[in-house]
Design a protein around this ligand. Structure first.
Ligand SMILES: [Zn+2]
Length: 229
């Protein structure tokens, strides 16, 4: 867009960088380029045996796995997650997805992905929020990579108890039977990139991924926007 039009738009529709409050950014952007460059990148997309891949060793068979940013408290990454999950800010999801899309493109790994699948959300939670944040991230990835997105093939069937008070085993057992691959024929012999916002214990990704891997010939990789240490 031309500089003149951009200035006029900024005049009539002022908006500010979520990180520093600067108004020196494109209308469609959430962060200024300075704040984007300061986000704490993990470098995991370029490197195998990274901490996200290691977190899944012995649990589920993955081709590649990575998360883009470190998630730390009181950081801009945390603010992006808050915006995405609790403030109805869909642009935060699209932004993170585009950044993942760029990381995929330059990684040299993740080269033969057939489909993006967002980690399904509990139906009640999705209804309350109005969207699945992982699906917004997938849309951003799709914009940059062109990789097709499947949203109805893997679904989550029921609401589960709050996970905060349970240990990993209890959580995992609770997840069992929660996912369903509705149209497995779409996944046969495909390489799926399962996408989520944050990797913490990985329990839900593991549970969902095991359903995908139960379809003959599937291969699975995982991408997330952030990783908690
Ligand atoms: Zn900024």
């Amino acid at each position: 867009m031309g500089g003149m039009i951009q200035s006029l738009l900024q005049l009539f529709y002022p908006h500010q960088c979520l990180g520093c409050g600067s108004d020196f950014l494109r209308l469609s952007h959430l962060l200024c380029s300075r704040c984007i460059h300061q986000l704490p990148e993990t470098g995991f997309f370029e490197r195998g045996d990274n901490p996200v891949e290691k977190a899944f060793y012995g649990r589920i068979r993955l081709e590649q796995a990575a998360a883009l940013y470190y998630f730390t408290k009181n950081s801009l990454v945390q603010e992006l997650m808050v915006q995405l999950k609790y403030r109805g800010n869909r642009d935060a999801g699209l932004f993170l997805g585009r950044m993942i899309g760029q990381a995929l493109r330059t990684s040299g790994r993740f080269t033969d992905i057939d489909f993006l699948i967002p980690l399904p959300l509990n139906p009640k939670k999705q209804f309350k929020r109005g969207y699945n944040q992982a699906e917004l991230i997938c849309k951003g990835v799709n914009e940059v990579s062109g990789l097709p997105l499947l949203t109805d093939v893997v679904v989550r069937k029921q609401f589960t108890e709050s996970q905060t008070t349970q240990n990993r085993m209890a959580r995992w057992l609770n997840m069992e039977g929660v996912f369903e691959v509705r149209y497995p024929e779409h996944l046969v012999n495909k390489h799926i990139l399962l996408v989520d916002d944050v990797v913490t214990t990985g329990a839900t990704l593991e549970a969902c991924g095991s359903y995908i891997l139960a379809v003959p010939g599937t291969r699975l990789s995982i991408a997330a926007a952030a990783y908690t240490i």
